[in-house]
Design a protein around this ligand. Structure first.
Ligand SMILES: Cc1cc2nc3c(=O)[nH]c(=O)nc-3n(C[C@H](O)[C@H](O)[C@H](O)COP(=O)(O)OP(=O)(O)OC[C@H]3O[C@@H](n4cnc5c(N)ncnc54)[C@H](O)[C@@H]3O)c2cc1C
Ligand SMILES: Cc1ncc(C[n+]2csc(CCOP(=O)(O)OP(=O)(O)O)c2C)c(N)n1
Ligand SMILES: [Mg+2]
Length: 569
């Protein structure tokens, strides 16, 4: 059957299971927008194309499905770059569709022409320039296959205006992906399993390092089986949080730069690290020369490029984590490791528990209080989307995640402005979820126009601005490493409650500790979006901290240990 390229585009997206796309129109993509009238797909109009990419990313992280963003050529396409790089760093499957000038104009500096496939080459898993309608169906099918298979990631399809306008025969079946050079389904040799089992059996002080790969692979049950069968404690990466419930007795908490002190000490004292779907980011290892020097290392990882990239390992099991664990776990012997577990308990000491609840109310509002109260009030069942900075680290420390895909955050690129749009994507993916945005006063101002998108789409999203009047995380680095020279970090903001009012969003400003619980409760009950402006302590600091380049066990600790201790119920 004959169709024009623009119609083929939407039909292929529908056949790939897409129900919603996030986008912004313009000349080079207008034929596609015109053809949208024949499609069942819901188009959400964003306020900036960066927002569209973060929404697609939030959608993907919340659901495990591919998220889709659409933009025009030139500035529309370049506005997507930050969102694409964010998705690339955190292995998030999105497909970005951009309009391009007519194929005959390419290379002529035509109006709004930019080489977006060239620009995004290093930040996409793969990208395409489509200049003919009859190439579209196969390209779209390939793009979805590449985005979601193996190690997921962003794919961009740039479609010239004439490819959208011209017609051709459309045959979905005949357009099957053909990618002979792409082999995402790897599986390890039997000998590697044997080596891994020997190391596990002989280890006295093993630790599992659990990362986002466990969530992407859907390996929660298999991970739990390994932990319980082997009696092996678990340290989590930021992006792994939720892959094993925080409440599981073997879950030690987060590792790394702002991880728990006892977790970092445990890693440094281990004789075996079992890294599962994590990539030894520098925020996680600290100085590589001093990293877990007494430990053998096993790395289970789907992307061969990650093996021996940062940390040299003794055994690599390259494949999908769930499949690898299904083969490995039944062969792991139960071993009593209580001596090792007891010694970890001792490491915890006073800082094992973070009971800020028991601290007297000294009239100050701390970010940790706010986040911990949100955790208590939502009973840990919310889907939290955070931005980047101090509040992001406090969220990781004070909101306990028991479910996978319940924390969405930009880890690898650390993209300020991510939270608000990503939360929109997450809410669209999971309309029944209670979605909370936890965002700094700085990052919020980077993408706050998306408040209008929330209102236009009538989305119930709760927004907690942790307003400390600073670009807090940068101020913290200046405090520690630049003699408190607070250059360009004090931050003027509008009255956020009034701003929300202008959008028709209910809002409140909170300055007292005693207000937090009632305001969180009324926010949850309100049938519509709510913005809360929490005016928190301005010069508060995230502890512990491993300074960049320091050994993992060399942590800057809070001067008054009482404030760091706290019992969770
Ligand atoms: C301000 C700030 C501070 C930070 N501080 C910390 C910190 O203190 N601690 C911390 O942990 N992080 C911290 N981070 C985050 C850090 O930068 C990294 O993003 C994070 O550690 C990466 O976690 P990961 O390796 O689990 O996830 P990813 O980077 O997503 O890596 C996942 C790995 O799993 C693999 N994988 C994917 N699918 C599968 C599959 N099916 N099977 C097997 N493997 C698979 C991928 O190939 C990849 O190598 C911080 C970030 C910011 C912005
Ligand atoms: C787009 C972007 N620009 C700059 C940075 C560097 N940066 C990291 S954290 C941070 C401060 C964030 O301030 P705010 O949003 O108020 O959060 P806070 O740290 O105060 O909680 C900055 C500027 C970044 N991560 N992303
Ligand atoms: Mg701030």
């Amino acid at each position: 059957m004959k169709k024009i390229g623009a119609e083929i585009l939407w039909e292929c997206l529908e056949r790939e299971g897409v129900k919603t796309v996030f986008g912004y129109p313009g000349g080079a993509i207008l034929p596609a927008y015109d053809a949208l009238k024949h499609s069942k797909i819901h188009h959400i109009l964003v306020r900036h194309e960066q927002g569209a990419t973060h929404m697609a990313d939030g959608f993907a992280r919340a659901s495990g499905q591919v998220g889709v963003a659409v933009a025009t050529s030139g500035p529309g396409a370049t506005n997507m770059v930050t969102g694409i790089a964010t998705a690339m760093m955190d292995s998030s499957p999105i497909v970005c569709i951009t309009g391009q000038v007519g194929s005959k104009l390419i290379g002529s500096d035509a109006f709004q022409e930019t080489d977006i496939t060239g620009i995004t080459l290093p930040i996409t898993k793969h990208n395409y320039l489509v200049t003919r309608a009859d190439e579209l169906a196969r390209t779209i099918r390939e793009a979805f296959y590449v985005a979601r298979s193996g190690r997921p990631g962003p794919v961009l399809i740039d479609i010239t205006k004439d490819a959208q306008q011209s017609s051709c025969d459309f045959n979905w079946e005949a357009a099957k992906p053909q990618l002979p050079g792409y082999r995402p389904d790897l599986s390890p040799e039997a000998a590697e399993y044997k080596k891994a089992l020997d190391l596990i059996q002989n280890a006295k002080r093993p630790v599992i390092l659990l990362g986002q790969g466990a969530i992407l692979s859907g390996a929660q049950r298999e991970v739990r089986d390994l932990v319980e069968r082997g009696g092996i404690p678990v340290a989590m990466t930021l992006l792994g949080l939720g892959a094993l419930p925080a409440s599981h007795p073997m879950n030690l908490g987060m590792m790394g730069m702002h991880g728990e002190a006892w977790v970092n000490h445990t890693i440094q004292e281990a004789d075996l690290l079992i890294a599962l779907g994590m990539r030894f980011d520098d925020r996680v290892t600290g100085n590589l020369k001093t990293y877990a020097t007494n430990a053998k290392k096993i790395h289970v990882e789907i992307d061969p490029a990650e093996i021996n990239k940062n940390v040299k390992v003794d055994v690599a099991l390259v494949g999908d984590l769930r499949e690898v664990l299904q083969k490995l776990v039944p062969r792991v012997e139960s071993i009593d490791r209580s001596e090792w577990l007891d010694s970890i308990d001792k490491l915890k000491g006073d800082s094992a528990v973070r009971d800020i609840q028991n601290l007297p109310d000294n009239g100050h509002l701390y970010a940790a209080h706010v986040i911990n109260d949100i955790w208590r009030q939502t009973k840990g069942n919310a889907l939290v989307v955070t931005d980047v900075g101090q509040h992001q680290m406090w969220e990781a420390q004070y909101y306990k995640h028991d479910q996978p895909r319940s924390l969405i955050t930009s880890g690898g690129l650390g993209t300020m402005g991510f939270a608000l749009p990503a939360a929109i994507g997450a809410k669209v993916a999971r309309p029944d979820a209670e979605v909370w945005v936890i965002v700094g006063d700085g990052g919020f101002q980077m993408t706050m126009p998306e408040l209008a998108t929330i209102v236009q789409e009538n989305l119930k999203i709760n927004i907690a601005i942790i307003n400390n009047g600073y670009l807090g995380m940068v101020r913290q680095w200046q405090e520690f490493f630049y003699e408190r020279n607070y250059a360009a970090t004090p931050l003027l903001s509008p009255d956020f409650a009034k701003l929300a009012g202008a959008y028709g969003i209910r809002a409140e400003t909170v300055t007292q500790r005693s207000q937090v619980v009632p305001v969180v409760e009324s926010t949850r009950k309100h049938n519509g979006p709510v913005l809360l402006d929490f005016r928190v302590e301005q010069e508060d600091t995230v502890y512990p901290m491993v300074a960049a380049g320091s050994a993992l066990n060399d942590m800057i600790r809070r001067p008054n240990p009482l404030e760091e201790t706290a019992a969770d119920e």
